[in-house]
Design a protein around this ligand. Structure first.
Ligand code: NAP
Length: 529
């Protein structure tokens, strides 16, 4: 190793931006004014994409007695935290943005991470949310007080009380790092992809990258380009299709700025294009076959060595895990700058990373692109509903909810990006907006209709869950691969909504119109639009 001497690891709070203008900084972390009993109507926990959407929707509905509590010193969530080389979105930027805050200025079809982060910060400013932010405030406990019909929050800066609690803590916020024997014997830098050490210079260094998911396929080509000698530990080969990224010419940007209707039409056409990808996930018909052929021809066009191609060919159904978009993953692997270890990392031993195959690779640094605790969100251990019941216990067999956001026994609690709220084929933004819209509608209706408490009954939650379980059967996501879409305790599809984004919006829209407090029977969610 020559130049790899990164600065010491730090917590994954990410990029060191100046705080959002006029925000209560949080950097000094003084005790909260009015704690321990400062009360507001609604608290949103988390200032990532979902938390910002919820706060903006509430504000646009006239609900301003809202605090957005965020443990880091900046907004942005995953786009604040993920600063590894090559970080970018694999959904076109005009679709990977809020419908209510279109951005004509995207520089590329697939925006780089830093540009998305700046966009999110600008939305917070432009939506007037800055005064509602409590940054640098870690929520350590959330408990429902049955007598007062309020949520009581303990935070690193004191206590807070609210009527409605919206949990938007993110599904990609808690990194998972395999517990490897011999970890203590390895003295080089070790980092998770979402906790990149700024200033890391791996030129000339031998770097082990663990994983072959969306993060790994972005970081590996950049590390190779920077002169690192990379060994990739591939437990499963990913399905990869062409990315076809390109700058958006200034003339197109100017046209979007002057013609919002054209920009909206572009967004709609992208949305429809991605929605069409749902068909390949639900049945093994011509759509899936054409996706499979697209990926296989991409591999054949980019990797001429037959043996290497065999190692890079997935052994599970396309779409079972996220289909990755990359034009430089295969060329990096085929270039000789990257060695492919076709098995998991199982141990560290001094300066070696040991693979399940028995191979020992000399490495100076290890990057874990090993994903996140998505099916078992750690916040569930901090939420106590009626009778002190932990949300983690409610979810002991996997996450469930009514309308993705409401849980029986947890009054006035709404979880965003929780059960069955993600997609494998389209942008996260329409899904998040549908949840934020439902949450804001319920809050405003509670006020207007004088409903102090709303809560899903066990029956409505079970009915909804049974419908989704039935709809999930036979889809590609349950075809046998290991993915973070599926909870390994119950083998249920708990992360993904098994239908289209359009159907999700319609299903949640129907719930928004139900009489409060959300009685049974529930209309079954229609999964195709
Ligand atoms: P991920 O998709 O969960 O991938 C984790 C990878 O680590 C998998 O390849 C997994 O192998 C591997 N792994 C875990 N333990 C291992 C071990 N001991 N040895 C070898 N490999 C091991 O995580 P991610 O890549 O960070 O992506 C997570 C999600 O973040 C994505 O699905 C996406 O939603 C989001 N993301 C999006 C973008 C974007 O462009 N929009 C970019 C990055 C991330 P197996 O496959 O065998 O389990």
């Amino acid at each position: 190793m020559t130049a790899a001497s990164p600065t010491p690891p730090r917590a994954p709070s990410g990029r060191q931006h100046a705080p959002v203008a006029d925000a209560p900084s949080g950097r000094q972390h003084p005790p909260l004014a009015g704690a321990p009993s400062r009360e507001v109507d609604t608290i949103v926990v988390g200032a990532g994409i979902a938390g910002i959407a919820a706060a903006a929707r509430l504000r646009r509905s006239g609900v301003t007695d809202v605090l957005v509590v965020e443990r880091a010193d900046d907004v942005g969530g995953t786009w604040r935290d993920n600063v590894y080389p090559g970080v970018a979105c694999d959904i076109p930027a005009h679709l990977y943005s809020y419908s209510f805050r279109p951005n004509p200025g995207w520089s590329r079809r697939f925006a780089p991470g830093a540009e998305i982060q700046e966009y999110l910060r600008s939305v917070v400013r432009d939506e007037g949310l800055t005064p509602q932010l409590l940054l640098g405030t870690d929520v350590t406990d959330m408990a429902w007080d049955d007598d007062a019909e309020r949520w009581r929050l303990s935070t690193s800066r004191g206590g807070l009380v609210c009527r409605v609690l919206i949990l938007a803590a993110g599904r990609l916020s808690e990194p998972v790092i395999p517990q490897l024997p011999g970890r203590e014997s390895f003295v080089g830098p070790v980092m998770h992809s979402s906790a990149w050490m700024p200033g890391s210079d791996f030129a000339g260094a031998r770097v082990g990258v663990v994983g072959t998911g969306a993060s790994a396929v972005q970081v590996v080509p950049r590390l190779a380009e920077q002169g690192a000698r990379v060994t990739v530990f591939q437990r499963s080969a990913p399905w990869v299709v062409p990315r076809a990224d390109a700058p958006i010419p200034s003339s197109a940007r100017a046209a979007f700025a002057s013609d919002p209707a054209a920009m909206q039409a572009h967004r709609e056409s992208l949305f429809r294009e991605f929605e069409a990808g749902h068909a390949a996930r639900v049945a093994d018909g011509p759509e899936r076959e054409s996706l499979r052929q697209l990926a296989l021809s991409h591999l054949a066009a980019q990797v001429s060595d037959e043996a290497l191609r065999a190692r890079l060919t997935p052994d599970y159904e396309i779409g079972c895990k996220r289909v990755l978009l990359s034009d430089d993953w295969y060329p990096a692997i085929a270039s000789g700058a990257v060695a492919l270890e076709p098995s998991a990392i199982v141990a560290l031993d001094g300066g070696h990373a040991v693979a399940a195959s028995g191979a020992r690779h000399e490495v100076d640094a290890v990057v874990f692109a090993t994903g996140f605790a998505a099916t078992r969100p750690p916040f569930a251990d901090r939420v106590r509903g009626r009778g002190g019941r932990l949300l983690a216990d409610h979810w002991a067999e996997g996450m469930t909810a009514y309308a993705s956001i409401l849980m029986a026994g947890f009054p006035n609690l709404m979880v965003l990006d929780g059960p069955n709220a993600a997609l494998g084929h389209n942008s996260a933004f329409p899904m998040i907006e549908a949840q934020a819209e439902l949450a804001a509608t319920l809050v405003t209706r509670m006020r207007a209709e004088g409903a102090d408490v709303i809560e899903a009954s066990p029956l409505v939650e079970q009915t909804w869950t049974a419908e989704l379980d039935a709809a999930s059967r036979g889809t590609v996501w349950l075809s046998g691969c290991r993915s973070w879409y599926v909870d390994d305790r119950s083998n249920r599809l708990t992360l993904l909504w098994p239908g289209t984004a359009t159907a999700f919006r319609a299903a949640l829209g129907a719930v928004a119109e139900r009489p409060l407090p959300l009685p049974s029977p529930v209309p079954a969610p229609a999964l195709q639009s």
